[in-house]
Design a protein around this ligand. Sequence first.
Ligand code: AMP
Length: 221
Amino acid sequence: MIPGARLILLGRQGAGKGTQCVRLSRHFVVPHISTGDMLRAAVREGTELGAMAKRVMDAGGLVGDEIMVGIVRERLSQSDAVGRGYILDGFPRTVPQAAALDEITAERPLDVVLDLDVPRELVLRRITSRRVCRDCGTNYVASGSEKSPWICDVCGGDVMQRDDDTTEAIAHRLDLYEEQTSPLIEYYERRGRLAVIDGVASPDEVFRRLTAAVEGARRSS
Ligand code: AMP
């Protein structure tokens, strides 16, 4: 394995992207850039961006393209991303965001775009039982038998349901995915950048498939 990579992980929310991105970022020794995490950090810091993003996120909507492109452009210009690469998680989510990313990455193009394919019905079930540490972002699956309060094994923070994991917000997000994000699959396929990974398997098996796809894409480029 050669360290460094420039990747996007696409897929419906609840497909297990976040957990796989953390593993991929350790494996390839690159920063995991999650636009959702960046927006949640802005919410915690109480910035103007955070207040606006919270309203949009809680309703299951999408923050405007211009704002998101600005945030990602700035993050990708930092030395760790320039030097080692990155894994983008949650960006791009629309065709205009993808077009802006093409321009941002013109000098150092992406290695591959991975689409983690998990059917809508399955992610709906998974998101409903998703819990997340408020402090470090570790994801958990609720079985119903957890102690209350639920304390994070990693950092001791509070494990809770995300504010945007309500039934209405989840349904809205999945509809937006079909309308706005799924066209990216064809967008990257036409550019010969796409690898579709069947995400219905154990986390270890999905990770193996993802890393194999990255290595395969690098060999052929
Ligand atoms: P995530 O953590 O990726 O599930 O993102 C949480 C929420 O942040 C999404 O439901 C959107 O409201 C917002 N968000 C994150 N990334 C983007 C993006 N690239 N474009 C628009 N909104 C975004």
